[in-house]
Design a binder for this molecule. Structure first.
Ligand SMILES: NC(=O)c1ccc[n+]([C@@H]2O[C@H](COP(=O)([O-])OP(=O)(O)OC[C@H]3O[C@@H](n4cnc5c(N)ncnc54)[C@H](OP(=O)(O)O)[C@@H]3O)[C@@H](O)[C@H]2O)c1
Length: 341
């Protein structure tokens, strides 16, 4: 399976995937992108990771989202992707839009983390080496570093573009005021910021509330949503308990305490709305994020091809009626009875 020669589906661009323009740029991204945060590390079976990447590309997913610290272990999701490139995707490099990021703890010592030039310059080289690429399509500063001058972080991004190691740059999880500064700094150096990456889903309206969506629209920047399924909460995954092989059972990034009775009631009620629309909860949750015009793409995670198959059906979405949106909002506004993860 792993060694079989891969030949992508001939109809990969005729399967219903839509492509949206990324802000004011020449880039089109698929409405659904695949994220490699989980399930692509060296602890995961390579055959399953490859099968998901193949399924995605076969269905028009041209954008793959990585970061240097994805795994576990750190770096291993990029290594897995490097193997997929080598075994399958190499002839299709120009059909792929590959992102990576740096700015979280990656290697020991004072230069292995955050947004300093010393860190970012080494990080991009390491990422390229792990993935076996000459360049990435977009390189992100993974988070705002309050202790490094913002100009130092941004100038490193500009120089990475000038060196040909990334075609575009992006910001991930920046506070709105720092993002505004960043857009100006980059624009003044002819390196337009391509993308803002932020968490956005039915349960987390941060990008609306903090003005991030308005800001990307004004600045001609694309918005790409991460954790659009709230790490699996906004699917049928936890409707009947916590499966042993689920992210919540691992307990690292999605805690059991998140699933209070009140949250479970909300998930059930949302699943009913989805059923009334003829969708699964995962499909409806993704369609909801995509119904905002500022959203260029949603980055889904998956642990199996079946999940990806389900999520991609979100593209066969009937538009939301005003009444449906009100019903959804009323459910989401109900108290959680605990702390959201
Ligand atoms: N910039 C940042 O700081 C940042 C932060 C987080 C994520 N990201 C990016 O965003 C990507 C997506 O994040 P995420 O993995 O949290 O996204 P997500 O799509 O909200 O959650 C993915 C998880 O939901 C479950 N799932 C997915 N589809 C399902 C379906 N159809 N039915 C039932 N369960 C389903 C799976 O959980 P199980 O594993 O339990 O099966 C899967 O691992 C990441 O891979 C990464 O690229 C970026």
């Amino acid at each position: 399976m792993v060694n079989a020669i891969y030949s992508p589906a001939a109809d990969r661009y005729g399967n219903g995937m839509g492509y949206r323009r990324c802000g004011r740029s020449g880039v089109l991204l698929p409405e659904i992108s695949l994220g490699l945060w989980h399930n692509f590390g060296d602890v995961n079976p390579l055959a399953n990771s490859m099968a998901m990447a193949h399924y995605a590309f076969d269905h028009g997913v041209t954008h793959f989202d990585l970061a240097d610290n994805y795994g576990p272990s750190y770096g291993s999701a990029e290594e897995t992707f490097g193997q997929i490139m080598k075994k399958s995707f190499r002839p299709y490099r120009d059909e792929l839009f590959i992102a990576t990021k740096a700015g979280y703890d990656m290697w020991p010592g004072p230069y292995g983390n955050w947004g300093g030039r010393k860190h970012l310059m080494a990080a991009i080289d390491q990422s390229l080496q792990r993935m076996g690429l000459d360049y990435v399509d977009v390189f992100y500063t993974h988070r705002y570093d309050p202790d490094t001058p913002l100009e130092e972080t941004l100038q490193a991004l500009v120089d990475i573009v000038r060196q040909g190691k990334a075609l575009y740059v992006g910001l991930s999880r920046y506070p709105a005021n720092k993002a505004a500064e960043a857009y100006r700094y980059l624009e003044a150096r002819d390196v337009h910021c391509l993308l803002y990456q932020g968490r956005y889903n039915l349960f987390d309206r941060g990008p609306e509330e903090q003005g991030i969506l308005e800001q990307v629209r004004e600045n001609g920047v694309g918005f790409i949503a991460f954790s659009p399924l709230a790490q699996g909460l906004l699917t049928s995954r936890y409707l009947h308990g916590v499966p042993e092989d689920s992210r919540m059972a691992q307990g690292r990034f999605l805690k059991r305490e998140t699933l209070t009775d009140a949250v479970l009631d909300k998930i059930r009620a949302l699943a009913e709305v989805a059923a009334d629309r003829g969708q699964t909860l995962a499909e409806m949750s993704l369609a909801w994020v995509l119904h905002r015009e500022e959203v260029t793409s949603v980055i889904v995670g998956a642990s199996s091809v079946a999940q990806l198959e389900d999520s991609l059906k979100a593209l066969r979405k009937p538009d939301f009626t005003g009444q449906e949106l009100e019903r959804i909002d009323a459910i989401c506004r109900l108290p959680d009875g605990g702390q959201q993860s």
